[in-house]
Design a binder for this molecule. Structure first.
Ligand code: GRF
Length: 221
């Protein structure tokens, strides 16, 4: 299964996907990395690995719709089977959704539907929740509202700040996102308006969603 990975940031999720592919744990190949930012670490990683890349800069377009159409063109030029948003910090519009119906997945640093938006870890800390985590979901027209494919939970410790919680969540993202891509590639997760687990395949959903609920050491309570 050919992946186009869209990323705005440092690209640790992109790296996790590439590593899982190298280890034979993710039946996919990355055909392109596409970014909205010239200085995205994900682009440097693509160059390092010899993966094709493209930048579609929002400022170069008069409207969000025109940028979205250009993004759809750029991504489609790589003919991916699946589009993966791995830290892509922009809202996907109609052109992208129309070009890749039920074929765009996103990883979000919270247990949706709680804490959608750009600051999942910060918002979880502010609210004082004791369990957070990450969600891999299909992208629809809303912000982090699409059908949920898999989730992993992590404990929120009293000593956590945004950075420490984000780091713990990211460890789970790096496991969960490649696992979901692998499940899609193997037909174990069937995408569509209502994504389903394929009943014909022996697929242990518990392995995908296994929580990493680890108590805080006593010294940090
Ligand atoms: C991840 O935490 C992801 O959940 C969010 O953006 C972050 C990207 O991190 N959407 P990285 O660039 O993959 O390191």
């Amino acid at each position: 299964m050919k992946l186009a990975v869209l990323a705005s940031g440092r690209g640790s999720n992109l790296r996790a996907i590439a590593d899982a592919i190298d280890w034979g744990a993710c039946a996919a190949s990355i055909v392109a990395v596409v970014s909205d930012k010239d200085d995205a670490g994900a682009l440097a990683f693509a160059a390092e690995r010899g993966v094709a890349s493209a930048i579609v800069r929002p400022k170069a377009y008069e409207s969000r719709a025109l940028w979205d159409a250009a993004l759809a063109e750029a991504v489609a030029s790589f003919s991916p089977d699946l589009v993966v948003l791995a830290g892509f910090m922009r809202i996907i519009g109609g052109a992208m959704l129309g070009r890749f119906p039920h074929r765009i997945v996103n990883v979000h640093p919270a247990l949706l539907p709680s804490f959608p938006g750009a600051h999942g870890a910060r918002d979880a800390i502010a609210k004082g929740v004791r369990i957070s985590g990450c969600t891999v979901h299909l992208v629809d027209a809303g912000v982090d509202t699409g059908p949920i494919l898999a989730q992993a939970a992590v404990s929120v410790w009293p000593s956590d700040d945004e950075a420490s919680l984000q780091a713990r969540i990211q460890r789970e993202e790096h496991r969960l996102l490649p696992a979901v891509i692998d499940a899609i590639a193997k037909g174990a997760i069937v995408l569509g308006e209502r994504p389903q687990l394929a009943s014909t395949l022996a697929f242990d959903e518990r392995a995908l969603n296994s929580p990493a609920l680890i108590s805080a050491p006593l010294s940090t309570r």
